[in-house]
Design a protein around this ligand. Sequence first.
Ligand SMILES: [Zn+2]
Length: 245
Amino acid sequence: MYLKTKAIIIKIRDFSENDLIVDLFTFSSGKITAIAKGAKSAKSKVSGVSNLFFYGEFELYIGKKWNRINSIEVINSFYYIREDIEKLSYGSYFLELIETSIVEKKSEKELFVLLLKTLDNLKNKNYLFLKVLFQFKLLTNLGYKPRLYNCSKCGEEVSNNIGFSVYHGGVVCEKCNDNDSLNISLKLLSIFQYFEQNEFSQIINIEINSLFIKKMDIILYKYLTYYLDKSDFKSLKFLNIFKEE
Ligand SMILES: [Zn+2]
């Protein structure tokens, strides 16, 4: 069977001297792993697959045991991400998160569009803002949207002295706010609510104080590692080295 679909390359590994194995995030069918025969040769018609982030129109042969990439046509190679070590690190983190979140042959069209918009915005330098926004929209899309209006433990309305409970899945009221909750101000909560109510393209254009962004990142990262049950992101270890320099 042949499949023609738009796809983004999210992981590449060696298969043999000339061939690569590539994980694709396809628009039509979610994750597909395929062999790219001869991909290491510059002359090969599938040589583009040796580049992470490559976005194109793929023709795939779907076999019983193995899938194969027959041909590709570039739409956007996202070359600027690979040329800058910081962009590359953030971009790799986004791909790692996507890889954790999608499964074989299950279409995730909204996530696909989210990833494309995010990679596109790596052109700019608001990396941490982009990371926060990507994490939030990814979690929402996967059904892990945090509760941001009523207490996620008792359901009461929240007013002052609120907290954020990863375990209960969102904001907690003064009564339920205990040592396990994270600090969150009403102002910060209102930014989270803004993120929930608005589209990616609208949010990315507003200005948010970098301190708020840092706090949001801390909360979201704890939330995400808990619900996605993953914390050993290789790309993040690299980003943390950066920050220390
Ligand atoms: Zn409560």
